[in-house]
Design a protein around this ligand. Sequence first.
Ligand code: NDP
Length: 254
Amino acid sequence: MSAPAMFDLAGRVAAVTGGNGGIGLGIARGFAEAGAAVAILARDEAKNHAARDELIALGARALAVRLDVTDRAALAPAMAEVERELGPIDILVNNAGIARPVGATRGELADWDRVIETNLNAAFILARLAARSMIARRRGKIINIGSEYSLFGNPIAHSYSASKGALIQLTKSMAVELAAHNIQVNAIVPGWIESDMTAPMKSRPFYQEVLRRTPAARLGTPAECAGAAIFLASSAADFVTGATLFVDGGYSIK
Ligand code: NDP
């Protein structure tokens, strides 16, 4: 049985930052399965190519663009390359993200800057670039990947929680500005998801704490983030904007 047409992404072009692994690749696979052409934008070329080949094997048109999102001068050319190779971008997912320990008593300001530049500033600049192209076609979807630390305090990674909290406010502000252009801007807040980012925590007592705190009593998977992204990228969500969709096994409600 095929999915309802309102979730169909055939003919759409999606750009996913950090799409070569973890949550980004889970979303890229979901988009490809829903019929979209997908561009992956990240730094590691081997991972980029492997992800691109996987999407092509799923039957999608796919492109890998080597991009460090903290390189501001490279952002516009990367978006232009996607549009040249695949067509105008209909869907942007700001997923590339990093965490570094920076708090009142630990860490370096250079790490603060790097996290804010990666998680927040790049998302804003890419969203502006995408919006300008989308406005001309009166259609577009921008999806920002937040975090539980968009809501909660984090004892050791203030730059991470500050960037992810701001991303939710940025989502709302861009949603208000762009609604009249038929562009929807939403956020997904994943709970604890299996990925390279969370792999190291498995050996720490914190892991048991997360399991106890998560009503579903497990971590989620990147594939489980794809459904929410497909929904927000599809015409099923044409009247959904400024929203934050939690994919977290109930972590945020406990
Ligand atoms: P991973 O570490 O597995 O993946 C991060 C991705 O971002 C990689 O594809 C990486 O590719 C890319 N990336 C990092 N820095 C840059 C950069 N400067 N330029 C371009 N790409 C970059 O993490 P996750 O999949 O877990 O996380 C994805 C997003 O989800 C992040 O924003 C994270 O904050 C968020 N998140 C994750 C949660 C989790 O439990 N895993 C929970 C909540 C939110 P490369 O290194 O090749 O550039």
